[in-house]
Design a protein around this ligand. Structure first.
Ligand code: GLN
Length: 270
């Protein structure tokens, strides 16, 4: 089978399905996008063909491409992902942009609660090498992936701590607390499309607000004066998140929209 023929097995030309098949084949053949384009008549080896067909089968069953290739681009980083981690989403880059726009100290003390692949902590570390950044996760296997990503990108100043939310931390005060916690309502049918990802990273009680609420109510005890909390949340949760910030006497409460025009990030200062 030639490359051109292999690609035609999935989706129409210019469709997202075809693009995914292209990424899969680039990964298997270890070719860049340009190299693949230039070698459309190259034949796959039997092994490459088998790996590709296996990959197409997994995609057809709804598995995210990132679990098949084992990596996902986020910000400027290529991150290792495993079934122990959520696949980083482009929408979370809004959180990174929001944080980079804040006026924070040169050596800010920062924590990313529930880091998963390390996406947020590592993207911030890559942009702000003088910040002291801690990344936490409740699962050792997940934290190991984040540590590997830090090594992969030479971001070894990031520290890692195992534990549930603030329980992972030793006594200290932060200039900034960030998190992309689970926030999907268990009743949301959208969850059915996300069966391959760890449910513990996606779904939270109280209509998806339980972890957001815990992070907000406890953050004040961990923040320096005028410290910030920046949280990702569901498209319909900005009002609820703002209300919880207000109830806990935060100021400068603002919500920011993602690239799809949905409220996605809310920040507040204590
Ligand atoms: N944004 C993801 C989704 O809706 C969920 C991520 C999360 O729960 N933190 O697919």
């Amino acid at each position: 089978m030639k490359i051109a023929q292999a690609l035609s097995l999935r989706g129409q030309a210019d469709s997202y399905e075809r693009q995914e098949a292209t990424w899969l084949l680039e990964h298997i053949l270890k070719l860049s996008a340009l190299e693949l384009k230039l070698h459309m008549m190259q034949a796959l080896t039997a092994e490459q063909e088998q790996a590709y067909l296996d990959g197409l089968m997994r995609l057809a069953k709804g598995e995210p491409l990132a679990y098949i290739t084992g990596t996902q681009p986020f910000w400027t980083l290529d991150l290792k992902v495993t079934p122990d981690t959520l696949v980083p989403r482009p929408d979370t880059e809004i959180l990174i942009e929001t944080v980079l726009n804040l006026d924070l100290p040169y050596q800010a003390n920062v924590v990313d609660l529930g880091t998963g692949t390390g996406a947020i902590a590592l993207a911030l570390a890559s942009e702000r090498p003088h910040w002291h950044i801690t990344a936490t996760d409740i699962y050792a296997a997940t934290l190991d992936v984040a540590k590997e990503n830090a090594i992969r990108h030479g971001l070894d100043r990031v520290q890692f701590a195992l534990g549930a939310w603030y329980q992972a931390l030793t006594a200290q005060k932060f200039d900034l607390i960030v998190s992309n916690p689970p926030y999907i309502d268990p009743q949301d049918p959208h969850v059915l499309n996300l069966q391959h990802e760890p449910q513990r990273a996606l779904v939270a009680d109280q209509h998806g607000l339980a972890d957001l609420e815990h992070i907000i109510t406890t953050a004040r005890y961990w923040l320096k004066p005028n410290g910030w909390v920046v949280l990702e949340h569901g498209f319909d949760q900005a009002q609820a998140v703002q209300t919880r910030f207000k109830q806990n006497h935060y100021k400068n409460i603002t919500s920011i929209q993602d690239y799809g025009g949905n409220d996605r990030v809310t920040l507040a200062q204590f």
